[in-house]
Design a protein around this ligand. Structure first.
Ligand code: PGA
Length: 258
């Protein structure tokens, strides 16, 4: 399907000073001005979201540039020290990353909690970037990734499935410098696609850089990338946005600006 708008999402994780965040956000805003067919999604630490929204990426101001949170709790408000709510995210951002493996592994989030967050994101008209991925490479791992997605999405209706963005992030590839091969990623993403809608966008994430990005972007079931480390480096990040735009053009996508 050639009509799924590609996404390049940058997950800054727990990085950047406020000054760094300004420089990076300004650089991205200026650098993607001429990118026509790709949605770039910037996901800074939550403490910088409001400032970046106001200065560079106001909600709904751009069709090709959006802001996302890296996480949220599912309740709207209350005694949940340290958390941010969907109502808060919604004031400034359009996307929210959910179920990232650093949340499941370090902060022990389980699939039930992620499922609650997913429902809450849809209830609040936020666009979730739902992460799934296996701990170890191989067939068994691939099957566990498909199972995760099945458990999280089997109750969703078609409308929500169309809004959903899935990030396939093999845990063994995150931050290790050892990305999956494009063939391996395609195999899993084709299986994941069977669990969702033909309109669902599926991203690859895990040690993406300027050298390997193109190989993924050209895959039939890959609609973009969720990028960690490389999203903190302006030039390589913009180069990947440009690759995605080139691939989208080749695949016949039209400009988002028209
Ligand atoms: P990485 O992180 O690109 O640094 O491997 C990806 C992610 O965790 O989303």
């Amino acid at each position: 399907m050639g009509t799924r708008t590609k996404i390049i999402a940058g997950n800054w994780k727990m990085n950047t000073s406020l000054a760094d965040a300004h420089v990076l956000a300004a650089g991205i805003r200026n650098g993607v001005e001429h990118i026509e067919r790709v949605e770039t999604v910037v996901c800074p630490p939550s403490i910088w979201l409001t400032e970046i929204a106001h200065e560079y990426i106001p909600k709904r101001a751009h069709v090709h540039l959006k802001l996302g949170a890296q996480n949220m709790y599912f309740e709207e408000s209350g005694a949940y020290t340290g958390e941010i709510s969907p109502l808060m995210v919604k004031e400034v951002a359009e996307y929210v990353i959910l179920g990232h493996s650093e949340r499941t592994h370090i902060f022990r989030e389980d699939l039930d909690l992620i499922a609650h967050k997913l429902d809450s994101a849809f209830d609040h008209k936020l666009l979730p970037i739902l992460c799934v991925g296996e701990d170890n490479p191989g067939d068994v791992g691939q099957k566990s990734t498909v199972k995760q997605l099945h458990r999280l999405t089997s109750q969703l209706d078609e409308y929500d499935l169309r809004q959903l963005v899935v990030a396939y992030e093999p845990v063994w590839a995150i931050g290790t410098g050892k990305a999956a091969t494009p063939d391996y990623a395609q195999e899993v993403m084709a299986l994941l696609r069977q669990e969702v809608s033909p309109a669902t966008r599926i991203l690859y994430g895990g040690s993406v850089n300027e050298e390997n990005a193109k190989g993924f972007l050209e895959l039939p079931d890959c609609d973009g990338m969720l990028i960690g480390g490389t999203s903190l480096k302006l030039k390589p990040f913009l180069t990947i946005c440009q690759f995605a735009d080139d691939v989208a053009q080749k695949q016949g996508h039209t400009s988002l600006h028209t």
